[in-house]
Design a protein around this ligand. Structure first.
Ligand code: ATP
Length: 268
């Protein structure tokens, strides 16, 4: 049977300090995750209900996985990363057993954050035409165990999930995520913060203008900024962006030239 990998809190290599910007998201996660996992006693009275499901949604590369890992570390929780491939098995009937095993394992190493990456592929639309029977079973099994967490409040397990396609999730799943947090593209101010975080420990050109860098990278995700910094390591970042822009221009010019040529050929 496939066994999902458990990362104990002390072995998680990402902290909140490594994440640039996203302050409000970090704060919300701290409130929602820390209390139920670290102080379950506060929920005994019944007035406060612990949150058992949080959905992070937004474009790829905006830091959702990173946030999930960092919050697990902060909360001292084990981190289990699951995806469709962790659950599916070539043996008929094994998928549901894998789901059961996942929750048993989570309870054993609790407090635990079960992180479902690309949740839409595992728990997507139930009504989709032609949906595989096996998929339906995985989903139902997952939901049943997840619901069980609500009745067994001393089990300190939380399901955190990420998706780029929130609209592919059906009502039943959306409802179980008591909190849905959008992780969007960073604006200029936040790109500057991300640059500062990424380059905080690097040797950079004296007087490097972070504000200007942020203005030059409109539309970049956190992941794009990380890639840019990695590529630019030990080279002035600014120079690289200029080159990238030139290349982009050249590329666009080439496309236009090719198109013109093709149009010309067709006419002949
Ligand atoms: P996907 O939907 O593709 O899985 P994601 O939203 O989960 O993407 P991550 O995998 O967390 O994004 O981000 C990819 C990488 O980009 C991270 O490992 C990190 O290096 C960098 N990154 C993204 N956002 C930030 C940020 N706010 N601060 C610092 N680094 C970031």
């Amino acid at each position: 049977r496939i066994r999902p990998e458990v990362i104990p809190a002390k072995e998680i290599n990402v902290t909140f300090a490594d994440i640039g910007a996203l302050e409000e998201t970090k704060e919300s996660l701290q409130e929602l995750v820390m209390l139920p996992l670290r102080r379950p006693d506060l929920f005994k009275g019944g007035l406060l209900k612990p949150c058992r499901g949080i959905l992070l949604f937004g474009p790829p590369g905006t830091g959702k996985t990173m946030l999930a890992k960092a919050i697990a570390k902060e909360a001292g929780a084990s981190f289990i990363n699951v995806s469709m491939s962790t659950i599916t098995s070539k043996w008929f009937g094994e998928d549901e057993k894998n789901v059961r095993a996942l929750f048993t394992l989570a309870a054993k190493v609790s407090p635990t954050i079960i992180f479902v990456d690309e949740v839409d592929s595992m728990l997507g639309q139930r009504t989709r035409v032609g949906e595989h029977e096996a998929m339906r079973k995985i989903k139902n099994e997952f939901m049943a165990h997840w619901d069980g967490l609500l009745t067994r409040q001393n089990e300190r397990i939380l399901v955190l999930a990420a998706t780029n396609r929130p609209f592919d999730l059906d009502e039943a799943i959306i409802r179980r995520f008591e909190r849905r947090i959008m992780v969007g593209l960073p604006g200029a101010e936040n790109r500057e913060k991300i640059f500062r975080t990424l380059l905080g420990k690097e040797k950079v050109e004296d007087g490097l203008d972070f504000t200007e860098l942020a203005l030059m990278t409109e539309g970049y995700t956190g992941s794009d900024l990380k890639n840019l910094c990695t590529t630019a390591a030990y080279r002035p970042v600014r120079e690289l962006i200029q080159q990238e822009r030139l290349k982009d221009l050249e590329r666009k010019q080439r496309v236009v030239e090719v198109q013109n040529k093709e149009d010309g050929t067709e006419e002949r």
